[in-house]
Design a protein around this ligand. Structure first.
Ligand code: PMP
Length: 445
């Protein structure tokens, strides 16, 4: 593969060598580096339009990476781009004081997301998750946070645990040990955390019965998109809601990925379970950098009354608010999500069929506009199952062969494929044509 890749992307190879001299790993985020699977080096991107992206060598790809999620409206959506351009030419980027467009953007998010009565804008998912966790601690006067293995909530110390860690260190499934996700995280924080296996009602019930009165918050991805794609078992989110309410703990849905993804109101609308706090980011600004923390008036009232300080120089800047406002309007188009879920479902169904025809066991799990192809015939309900049953080497080969045929997605089995709201049936056709060649190649290996 390395030779074919080098012949396909020589210019990227040159840029990677140049980048490595001034940027560690040659890329701006570790998720774009060799270590995260972009071997032998990541493709360098020259431009993107809608559902397509073009690399530095002029190769075009159907793009299912979508910037790892934010490009929900495809690349360079003309309406969002125009709204942002107008807003910054009208009054700049960072007034450092409130302004009217900010109210407009906030009101649209409040209208869209069931669990959000009030909202504040920040810049990244990691930032708003950090705020949500501390706000939950401030609100409840408690310290303990429950989180789940294989979920990712950003890189802040409080939550940078038990994601992509060594299974040998993780302890038993019914009582996992918190494992820091990397060096530099103070191990003293172990005492502030309980880590559990997701989609396992028994361990959750047991821990809440024993420790519920000490728990400030339970934080969860409402559907897991940082261990491939795993949906909640029926009743599981309801159980989290019921037990947290009973214990006086807050329920935080980290909807950084799921927000606006399956429907405008996010996973909480889709599954019909309303959290106390919600974090949003990817998708919120149609590709522009913005994130949000929102929740009930009661909890967000801590901020309103000045009992909790949520600050940030770039919070609710003009680029962010113009992007949110325009994106929220576009996402309100009647029938938009129904149409796109059909496009995504057709792709998922097509992949299942082609894999079956070639005799390659796969599961395609997800919800229309975001899913993952698991190289496994065993159901995957949580990170432990993924570690045990997913054929990661086969996934790598699938990524490689699809890439060389003009289809782009993340090379890690633990990421996923995003279908934007502007992908078309023609994109699906092109992808399925590639897959029709690739599955037999995998079967023969
Ligand atoms: N939460 C979830 C569920 C995420 O998927 C991510 C990013 N992949 C984050 C938080 C962190 O967001 P950011 O990268 O914008 O800091």
């Amino acid at each position: 593969f390395d030779e074919r890749y080098a012949a396909h992307t020589p210019k990227s190879g040159e840029l990677f060598a140049r980048a490595g001299r001034v940027i560690p790993g040659g890329a701006g985020s570790s998720a774009r580096t060799v270590k995260f699977g972009w071997k032998p080096y990541p493709p360098f991107i020259a431009s993107g339009t809608g559902s397509r992206i073009t690399d530095a060598d002029g190769n075009e790809y159907v793009d299912y990476l979508l910037g790892l999620g934010p490009m929900i409206l495809g690349h360079r959506h003309p309406v969002v781009t125009a709204a942002v351009t107008k807003a910054i030419s009208d009054f700049g980027t960072c007034p450092g004081l409130p302004y009217e467009l900010e109210i407009e953007a906030a009101a649209k998010v409040v209208e869209a997301v069931p669990g959000i009565e009030m909202v504040r804008f920040s810049n990244s998912g990691s930032e708003v998750v950090g705020s949500a966790v501390r706000l939950a601690r401030a609100y409840t006067g408690r310290r303990l946070i429950i989180r789940f293995e294989g979920h990712y909530h950003g890189w802040q110390d409080t939550v940078y645990w038990s994601n992509h860690v060594d299974p040998a260190e993780a302890g038993p499934a019914d009582a996992p040990r918190p494992v820091a996700a990397g060096p530099g995280v103070p191990l003293e924080l172990t005492d502030t955390l309980i880590v559990l296996t997701w989609n396992d009602p028994d361990s959750f019930r047991r821990v809440m019965a024993e420790r519920g009165h000490d728990v400030a918050a339970v934080i969860t991805e409402a559907a897991v998109f940082n261990t491939g794609c795993i949906l909640p078992e029926p009743g599981y989110l309801e159980l989290l809601r019921e037990e947290t309410s009973k214990a006086g703990a807050l329920l935080i849905f980290d909807e950084v990925i799921t927000g606006f993804r399956f429907c405008r109101g996010g996973a909480q609308e889709w599954f019909g379970v309303t959290p106390d706090l919600t974090t949003l980011a990817k998708g919120l600004g149609g590709g522009f950098p913005v994130a949000a923390i929102g929740g009930s008036k009661d909890v967000m009232g801590m901020i309103a009354e000045g009992r909790y300080s949520h600050s940030g120089t770039y919070n609710a800047n003009v680029v962010a608010c113009a992007a949110v406002s325009a994106t929220m309007d576009l996402l309100a188009e009647p029938g938009l999500y129904e149409r796109q879920r059909k496009v995504g479902d057709r792709l998922a169904e097509g992949l299942r069929k082609l894999a079956a025809d070639a005799g390659v066991p796969v599961r395609v799990d997800g919800l229309g506009t975001v899913f993952q192809v698991w190289f496994s015939d065993h159901p995957i309900k949580n990170w432990r199952d993924a570690e045990r049953y997913a054929n990661v080497d086969r996934f790598t080969r699938w990524y490689q062969e699809m890439f060389l045929r003009g289809v782009l997605f993340h090379p890690s089995q633990y990421e996923n494929l995003f279908v934007s709201l502007v992908h078309t049936d023609a994109d699906v056709d092109r992808t399925l044509e590639a897959a029709a060649e690739v599955f037999p190649v995998l079967a023969a290996e």
